[in-house]
Design a protein around this ligand. Structure first.
Ligand code: NDP
Length: 241
């Protein structure tokens, strides 16, 4: 029987590519999303992958959503914490709301989702958790104090949990993408993108969602059992100290 994988934010952007790649690799995939019903329906129509609507920022909704997925598809072997948002502003203009929304989704969302699958993975002595962080969590980004803090937190969470899961057969890893050509990045002003961001990427282009998805498939595979607590940087050779 194929293993079940949940991908949060799995119906659009990088998450959609991850859902597709996991399905192609033989997993039964549940793609979670927050509110864009139209995109979710189009995604299911195109791929046959079931979509499930709840907010990763809501602990009780995560517990209920995970239960529904397990009832319908089976026990969860793989969790990809991919859902994320931006609410960019220079710090002196950043509102408490902008801070909270990003932390609630991009950091607390990992707690909420992982808490829901952790017990079952421990009982079954197998689990694969992949957290989608960001290069901006590694290096910090002006205008993104909220996002950088959450994404750096995702890496700390990954490292701590990798140690807790080690004896229970659960691996926990992160991927830190650079700029990937999804709606999140295309929302950036085109002039800023072309004149300031792309010239800073040594390979000279945005990444493709599929390039992140292939990393996830590897980390979710049985072959990656000795890799845990790692962060894979997939950013076109952007270096930082
Ligand atoms: P998109 O904006 O294209 O898609 C985001 C997805 O997350 C959507 O499916 C959205 O659902 C879902 N989502 C947002 N909030 C919630 C929530 N509270 N609960 C459940 N689902 C939610 O983003 P990307 O594909 O660009 O980004 C995916 C991940 O990769 C994010 O964590 C992002 O921070 C990270 N990342 C992206 C980079 C990039 O360059 N694009 C670079 C580095 C990291 P809905 O469709 O309903 O809105």
């Amino acid at each position: 029987m194929s293993k079940v994988a949940i991908v949060t934010g799995g119906s659009r952007g990088i998450g959609a590519a991850i859902s597709r790649a996991l399905k192609d690799a033989g997993f039964t995939v549940a793609a979670n999303y927050a509110g864009n019903d139209e995109a979710a329906k189009a995604f299911t129509d195109e791929t046959g992958i079931k979509t499930y609507k709840w907010s990763v920022a809501d602990y009780d909704a995560c517990a209920a959503g995970i239960k529904q997925v397990e009832d319908e598809l089976g026990e969860i072997a793989v969790l990809v914490n991919n859902a994320g948002i931006t609410r960019d502003a220079m710090f002196h203009k950043m509102s408490p709301q902008q801070w909270k929304e990003v932390i609630d989704t991009n950091l607390t969302g990992l707690f909420n989702m992982t808490h829901g699958v952790w017990g079952g993975m421990r009982d079954r002595k197998f689990g694969r958790i992949v957290n989608i962080s960001s290069v901006n969590g590694q290096k910090g980004q002006a205008g993104q104090a909220n996002y950088s803090a959450a994404k750096a937190g995702d890496i700390g969470f990954t490292r701590a949990l990798a140690q807790e899961g080690a004896r229970a057969g659960i691996t926990v890893n992160a991927i830190a993408p650079g700029y990937i050509g999804t709606e999140m990045v295309r929302a950036i002003d085109e002039k800023v993108l072309n004149e300031r961001i792309i010239p800073q990427i040594p390979v000279g282009r945005l990444g493709e969602p599929e390039e992140i998805a292939r990393c996830v498939v590897f980390l979710a595979s049985d072959d990656a059992g000795f890799i845990s607590g790692s962060t894979i940087s997939a950013n076109g050779a952007q270096f930082f100290s």
